[in-house]
Design a protein around this ligand. Sequence first.
Ligand code: G
Ligand code: G
Ligand code: MN
Ligand code: NA
Length: 248
Amino acid sequence: RDLDNELRAGLLNDEFHVHYQPLVDARTHEIVGVEALLRWARPDGSELGPEVFVPVAEESGLINPIGLWVLRRACSDALDWGIQLSVNISAAQLRNPEFPFQLGQVLEETGFPAERLELEITETCLVLDPIVAERTLDLVRGLGVDVVLDDFGTGYASIGFLRQFRFEKLKLDRSLVVDSASDESSRAMMLSSISMARALSMRVTAEGVETMDQAAMVRSAGCDHLQGWLYFAPMPSGDIARHLGQSP
Ligand code: G
Ligand code: G
Ligand code: MN
Ligand code: NA
């Protein structure tokens, strides 16, 4: 309750900001895109992570205006970067019938090209209400925006599920990347996830790559894109422009 009021005030008082974590091409290591990650600097100077406040904002529905703010911010920050932009979308946003319309408005207002935008959703978004989710995702794709299944390997997304929703991309969860460097059965699961993704024409990103061993492993397993502290940590927008050789 208290936190919810603080979030509401935070949105009005401009306390949120967005960091960006680059994704690199698995072979060339060139930056191919960024994931937008929401940050909240509270008036008392403390930072609270989205893993804490996003669930609270989902509960109250405040994630709808906050999520819209993130989309608008990220689309204007990334306008001139010329690379893909991924934004995390939560279940409450996907259930909001206004969402596809609002997304279209953000694209129009910012002039951000739809082909460069991707929405990251988790399977919990979909299992709650697959019929509504499917309709919403159809509208999102109608705008030209791709859909990415995030955190793959942590839940229970089935093959049938992947076929039904036809995600353009799959992100292998960090836990799968970490475990498969040491554990044979995790490695087998990662390899079969990748061949399944291939069969369905999905691109694959390995998340949370922290070591050279992990990088070598996911690269040889056939991941297209790599993301993790080994390459880049999340950073402010001005740093992205510099890494791309553009003036911020
Ligand atoms: O960046 P970090 O590791 O702190 O993110 C923690 C969690 O918060 C991740 O699951 C990430 O997907 C989620 N998250 C980060 N930014 C956003 C956002 O803008 N919207 C939503 N819904 N989730 C976000
Ligand atoms: O759930 P999602 O995949 O959106 O969450 C991404 C989260 O992972 C962000 O909070 C981001 O800060 C974090 N992250 C990004 N790279 C790494 C990494 O190499 N190691 C760890 N432990 N976390 C990472
Ligand atoms: Mn994500
Ligand atoms: Na993830």
